[in-house]
Design a protein around this ligand. Structure first.
Ligand code: NDP
Length: 269
């Protein structure tokens, strides 16, 4: 099945760490002879490191383009996707992965800025990328072809106290994904969603362009008592667990739409 990915161009957002980074590596491993990867995130130096890592692991068959891109910046997104260089123009798969949790708190206490950042990244950013890539897909014969894989979250299905805004953003991703799939019913464009449960990833808290604190998204910013209350006895998934599913979803026969996948660790009921 992985052979179906050969010759394809895959665009991943949020590829500088966590699940997005693992997706890049997993796609490269699946089609090492002939693949093009467009890796985006705000931290370009991490993308450069990943590019080198991919080259070392699979060799020169995978061509990698890296670019600093803030998905929330609509003009930058349009400009970048519209002006993709030769060899990378024909995006086949868009993995909308960029997303974050900011300022875990109950709704009345959440800073306005955190609400805006979560919606602008998780929802508007995902829509920006989708709208920029769709014309490439639509230009193909028979109404168009291509894959959109949105990374949602179990939080979009099962909202929890203390995550009201994040949960709302992921519920919005879910609604957008389902509606878009229906809007594109007459095309060969597949719109799919992968919803992870707890995954052990490192997020980075940025302020004014500087990394001020590395924290584990699933560990409540290092607050052990809060984390233990939720995660005690739980063994989170790894980013690779999610990446394997993303590659699986992207490598089905054209007629197979793995529309909606929920994946969580066995302890997470
Ligand atoms: P990470 O923090 O490790 O990765 C998030 C990625 O998103 C980073 O590469 C970051 O890169 C990028 N990003 C953040 N904001 C922007 C932006 N404005 N523009 C472009 N890129 C951006 O976390 P995860 O790997 O865990 O998260 C990936 C996705 O998985 C998210 O959508 C998250 O909601 C979802 N998810 C995660 C779960 C978990 O338990 N970890 C569970 C369920 C869903 P940079 O800072 O360089 O821009």
């Amino acid at each position: 099945a992985a052979a179906r990915l050969e010759g394809k161009t895959i665009l991943i957002t949020g590829a500088s760490s966590g699940i997005g980074r693992s997706c890049a590596l997993e796609f490269a491993r699946a089609a090492p002879r002939d693949l093009r990867l467009i890796l985006t995130a705000r931290r370009e130096e991490r993308l450069q490191e990943l590019k080198e890592e991919i080259r070392k692991e699979v060799g020169e068959g995978v061509k990698v383009l890296v670019r600093a891109l803030d998905v929330a910046d609509k003009d930058a997104v349009r400009g970048f996707v519209g002006g993709l260089e030769e060899g990378f123009k024909g995006v086949d798969v868009l993995v909308n992965n960029a997303g974050l949790v900011k300022g875990v708190a109950r709704a009345p206490g959440i800073a306005e800025e955190d609400i805006d950042v979560m919606f602008q990244t998780n929802v508007t950013g995902l829509i920006n990328m989708t709208q920029a890539v769709l014309p490439i897909f639509k230009a193909r014969p028979d109404g168009g072809a291509g894959d959109i894989i949105n990374i949602g979250s179990i939080a979009g299905r099962e909202p929890y106290a203390g995550g009201s805004i994040y949960c709302a953003t992921k519920a919005a991703v879910r609604a957008f994904t389902d509606a878009l799939r229906k809007e594109l019913i007459d095309t060969r464009i597949r719109v799919m969603e992968v919803d992870p449960g707890q995954v052990e990833t490192l997020g980075v808290l940025m302020r004014l362009g500087f990394v001020v604190q590395e924290f584990s998204v699933v560990r409540f910013y290092g607050d052990k008592s809060k984390a233990d209350a939720v995660y005690d006895g739980c063994d989170p998934l790894t980013p690779d667990d999610i990446a394997e599913v993303v590659v699986f979803v992207a490598s089905r026969r054209q007629n197979v739409v793995v529309a909606d996948t929920l994946i969580f660790p066995s302890h997470q009921a």
